[in-house]
Structures are given as structure tokens and as C-alpha cells.
Design a binder for this molecule. Structure first.
Ligand code: NI
Ligand code: MN
Length: 230
């Protein structure tokens, strides 16, 4: 009875319980840091936080290959269905649902969400974060977001075993803001994500870890391809 979380690079994680595999934000094709091929990923559920290419990523193809259920904010779930994904489960911010693997709650994220096709912007609803509760463990994946004070509420209402937080700046929180986020969330462990994939989101994850520790928060870097037990 343990949970394994594998970092796929950028904001991508594979969460494996005894019976299920849940993939979050699988950006693999066209990702200079990714070591995993989309064809190699096995999962029965996929969670997408928003429609940007570095989060939707290979989600549609992987859902089709695995006949997986794709969970996403309503507009994005509909978009994926129109692209041929058979099993979609739309949700929205503040809503939660019990899936066979555990509970998913979508949370606020301060960001945008769209798919770009040619010169057209296809709006894919609000972006979100996710609180995932499975086998007694709680995981917060912030998606892409700026710092917001309601992270304190997420921390109050969930005893988080781990929080995956973007640190790269420009599109999301930088290290300073992500450390403040960790203070609000009070997770047992904070793990940085969304850095160094592109030039504009360069950040030193070790600096995030040190600043967290200086503020009494346990933190660590997950290397690309590295797995940890929760
Ligand atoms: Ni984004
Ligand atoms: Mn992003």
C-alpha cells in the first residue's frame, strides 16, 4: 500500500497506486528535457490542468493509446472529446469526484487556458490545480499559477503529503513566490516543477529547496525520471 510518484519533467507526473496509474500534464513530445516516449506511458487516468501545449501535451494520444479516462476542466474535456478521446470526465474548480483510484478536487489557478491552432485561439476554460487523494495520501499539483492567498485554505483543508509547485517564473510563480506558497500549503514535502524547460523559465531548483528548508519546510528536487514513494 504505497504511492509512487515519478517526475516526467516540466509539470508531468505519473502517480501509481496499487491498482491504478494517473498521469498529470504529460508534455513529452517536443519537450527538450523529457526522457519518456509518449508511446511508453501506461495509465488508466489522465488529469490535465489546462489547455496550454506544455500541459495538454501528449494527453490526447496517450488517452487514446491506453483507452484512459481523461479528467479536465469542462471546456478542455470537451475539446479532447472532439479530438477523439472516448472517455472524458469534465469537472470544474471547487468540484470534487470519487474515481476508482481516489478523489480529485480541482482548485483555483491564476493563469490562462487555451489551445492554439494556426492563428486561432481556442479557449479551454479556466486553468486549475488539483488535489488528489488516494490510498490515504494527498497530493497537490498546482498546475501553472501565480501565488494566491487561498493556497492557505488548501493547506488548512488538506493534510498534504506533497505539493508540486511551479518555480520557473515568467508564466508562473518564481522561487520567492513558490516558497511563500509552500508556507501557505504546509505540505510534508514540497517539490519544484515547471523550470528550465525553456530559457524564460530558468531557475535553480536547489535554491528553492534551500529557501524552503530555511523556512522550516521539507523540500527536495525530483530528477527527471526519478520516482519517490509517498
Ligand atoms: Ni500554462
Ligand atoms: Mn506551463
Amino acid at each position: 500500500m504505497s504511492i509512487k510518484a515519478t517526475y516526467l519533467s516540466h509539470s508531468g507526473f505519473l502517480i501509481e497506486s496499487d491498482d491504478h496509474s494517473v498521469l498529470i500534464d504529460p508534455f513529452l513530445s517536443g519537450n527538450p528535457l523529457a526522457k519518456t516516449k509518449p508511446e511508453a506511458v501506461k495509465c488508466d487516468f489522465i488529469i490535465l490542468t489546462h489547455g496550454h501545449g506544455d500541459h495538454l501535451g501528449d494527453g490526447i494520444d496517450i488517452a487514446k493509446n491506453n483507452d484512459a479516462t481523461l479528467i479536465a476542466p469542462y471546456e478542455l474535456a470537451m475539446y479532447c472529446q472532439w479530438q477523439g478521446v472516448k472517455k472524458v470526465h469534465p469537472m470544474h474548480i471547487g468540484g470534487s469526484f470519487e474515481f476508482p483510484f481516489g478523489k480529485v478536487k480541482l482548485t483555483l489557478a491564476l493563469h490562462g487556458s487555451a489551445v492554439l491552432e494556426g492563428n486561432t485561439i481556442i479557449y479551454t476554460g479556466n486553468p486549475c490545480g488539483v488535489v488528489l487523494t488516494l490510498q490515504g495520501k494527498s497530493i497537490y499539483h498546482a498546475g501553472d499559477t501565480g501565488l494566491f492567498y487561498d493556497m492557505k485554505l488548501i493547506g488548512e483543508m488538506n493534510r498534504l503529503d506533497v505539493a508540486f509547485l511551479p518555480i520557473g517564473g515568467n508564466f508562473t510563480m518564481d522561487i520567492t513566490d513558490a516558497v511563500k506558497a509552500a508556507e501557505f500549503l504546509k505540505p510534508a514535502l514540497a517539490v519544484p516543477m515547471h523550470y528550465n524547460t525553456f530559457d524564460v523559465i530558468k531557475a535553480d531548483p536547489q535554491q528553492f529547496v534551500e529557501k524552503c528548508r530555511a523556512n522550516g519546510i521539507n523540500a527536495r528536487v525530483l530528477d527527471i525520471g526519478e520516482a519517490m514513494e509517498l
